[in-house]
Design a protein around this ligand. Structure first.
Ligand SMILES: *[C@@H]1O[C@H](CO)[C@@H](O)[C@H](O)[C@H]1NC(C)=O
Ligand SMILES: *[C@@H]1O[C@H](CO)[C@@H](O)[C@H](O)[C@H]1NC(C)=O
Ligand SMILES: *[C@@H]1O[C@H](CO)[C@@H](O)[C@H](O)[C@H]1NC(C)=O
Ligand SMILES: *[C@@H]1O[C@H](CO)[C@@H](O)[C@H](O)[C@H]1NC(C)=O
Length: 354
C-alpha cells in the first residue's frame, strides 16, 4: 500500500473507531431506556409534550445523559440544550455518608457540543461558552443565583458519587437563599425519612428520587441560561418498616426565601401531578408503580430529630409562634380560632359555675 492509499483509509478508520467508542463510553444516550437503572421500575416520568411513554418527543432539544464518572454510571439526567438546564435528574438513594461537600471543579459534557468522544470532564478553558450547555462562566459573576444541584451531592453514598454531581448538566441557576434555605431543609428532611424508612426486600436502603426544574418563559442568566421558575422534587420507596410504599413531593418558586424560617410544604404526588400538568396532558412522576398518590410522609416528621423537617400540627407551639411559614396560614388561623373558642368556652363555664 502506498502512503497515498493509506491516507484514503484514514477517514474510514476514524469513523470506525468513533463508532466503536460510542459503544464503550457514550454518556449522551439515545433514549431514557439506555440508562434506566436509576428509575423506579425502569420507567421515566411522563412529562407532557416532552417525554411521553418513555419517548423523547423533541430529540434536538432534550438529550438524555447517563451521568458517568470514573467509568461508572451514577445517575440519569434529561437535559434541555436550548434552555441549557436539566429538566430533571433521577437517581437511586442508597444511603449517604456525612461530610462536607467536596471542593471540586465543575465538569461539562463535551458530547453535547459535537461528536468528539470525550467523557464528562473539566474544561481546560473555563471562560468558554458553549452552544448546547451552560459553562462555568455563565454562573461565575452572579451572587443572586447559585449553582443549584438537581441531584444533590449530599444524597450520594460515596465520594465518587458526590463528585459526579458536580457537572453543569446537573445544575440550574437557583436563588441563593432558596437554595441554602427552604430547599436545603427539604433535602435534609427527605434524606432523613429515606434513611430511616426506605428499605427494599433485601433490607438495603433504597429510595427513588426525581428532581426537576420548570423553565421560565424568558428569564436568563448571562443572557444564555434559563432561570427556572420552579424547582420540584419527589421520592418514592418501599418501606419494610411501615410495610407499605411511601412517597411525598415538594416544590418551590425560584425566588429568594422571604424568611429564614421558611419551609416548603410537603405535598402528595397527586398535588405535584396537578402542579406540573399541561392543559390536556398529565404529568406523572412515577408511572406504573405502587407509589401512593394521596398520602405523604408527614406522619414521620415528629420523630425526625435534627432533620429540618417542617413543624407538624402535633407541634402546636410552632404554628402559633407566627414566625414560621408552615403550616399554611389558614391552618394556623383555624387552629388559633379553635384555641380561642376553647379558652373562651372555659371562661363561660367558669362563670356559670360561679
Ligand atoms: C477568563 O476571564 C477572566 C475575567 O474576564 C480573566 O481575568 C481571565 O484571564 C480569563 N482566563 C482565560 C484563560 O482566558
Ligand atoms: C436493595 O438495595 C440495595 C442498596 O441499598 C441494593 O444493593 C440491592 O440490590 C437492592 N435489592 C433489591 C432486591 O432490589
Ligand atoms: C419575554 O418574551 C416575550 C415574547 O418573546 C417578549 O415580548 C418579552 O419582551 C420578553 N421579556 C423579557 C424580560 O425578556
Ligand atoms: C444576576 O443575574 C440576574 C438575572 O439575569 C440579574 O438580574 C442580576 O443583575 C445578576 N447579578 C449580577 C451581580 O450580575
Amino acid at each position: 500500500m502506498t502512503s497515498q492509499q493509506a491516507w484514503c483509509f484514514l477517514p474510514i478508520t476514524a469513523l470506525l473507531l468513533s463508532l466503536l467508542s460510542v459503544h464503550t463510553f457514550a454518556e449522551v444516550v439515545k433514549s431514557m431506556s439506555d440508562c434506566d437503572h436509576f428509575l423506579l421500575h425502569q420507567t421515566p416520568p411522563h412529562i407532557p409534550g416532552i417525554l411521553e411513554d418513555g419517548k423523547i418527543l423533541n430529540q434536538n432539544q432534550y438529550k438524555p445523559i447517563c451521568q458517568t464518572y470514573k467509568n461508572k454510571r451514577r445517575f440519569v439526567t434529561l437535559y434541555d440544550v436550548r434552555n441549557k438546564i436539566p429538566l430533571f435528574s433521577a437517581f437511586r438513594f442508597v444511603g449517604s455518608i456525612p461530610g462536607k461537600r467536596p471542593k471540586t471543579f465543575w465538569k461539562v459534557e463535551p458530547q453535547l457540543e459535537s461528536k468528539t468522544l470525550q467523557k464528562n470532564m473539566v474544561p481546560r478553558d473555563k471562560n468558554k461558552t458553549y452552544n448546547y450547555q451552560a459553562g462555568d462562566i455563565d454562573y461565575r459573576f452572579n451572587g443572586t443565583f447559585d449553582r443549584g444541584h438537581i441531584f444533590p451531592s449530599s444524597y450520594a453514598l460515596t465520594t465518587s458519587d458526590k463528585l459526579s454531581t458536580f457537572t453543569l448538566t446537573n445544575i440550574v441557576p437557583q436563588a441563593e437563599s432558596f437554595n441554602k434555605g427552604s430547599w436545603n431543609k427539604m433535602e435534609r428532611c427527605t434524606k432523613c425519612v429515606m434513611e430511616k424508612y426506605c428499605s427494599n426486600s433485601s433490607g438495603g436502603t433504597e429510595g427513588f428520587v426525581v428532581t426537576g426544574a420548570q423553565p421560565s418563559l424568558n428569564s436568563t442568566l448571562n443572557n444564555r441560561v434559563n432561570i427556572p421558575s420552579t424547582l420540584w422534587s419527589a421520592f418514592c420507596c418501599y418501606s419494610a418498616t411501615a410495610k407499605k410504599w411511601i412517597a411525598s413531593s415538594h416544590w418551590g418558586d425560584n425566588v429568594q426565601d422571604e424568611s429564614k424560617n421558611k419551609y416548603l410544604e410537603t405535598k402528595t404526588l397527586e398535588d405535584l401531578h396537578h402542579r406540573l400538568k399541561m392543559s390536556n396532558s398529565e404529568f406523572i412522576v412515577f408511572p406504573g408503580t405502587q407509589c401512593p398518590l394521596q398520602t405523604t410522609v408527614t406522619e414521620f416528621y415528629p420523630e425526625m430529630i435534627n432533620c429540618h423537617c417542617p413543624p407538624t400540627t402535633s407541634d402546636p407551639l410552632f404554628s402559633l409562634s407566627g414566625s414560621i411559614a408552615y403550616p399554611p396560614s389558614h391552618l394556623t388561623f383555624i387552629f388559633t380560632l379553635f384555641i380561642y373558642s376553647y379558652h373562651h368556652c372555659l371562661i363561660c363555664l367558669a362563670r356559670q359555675i360561679d
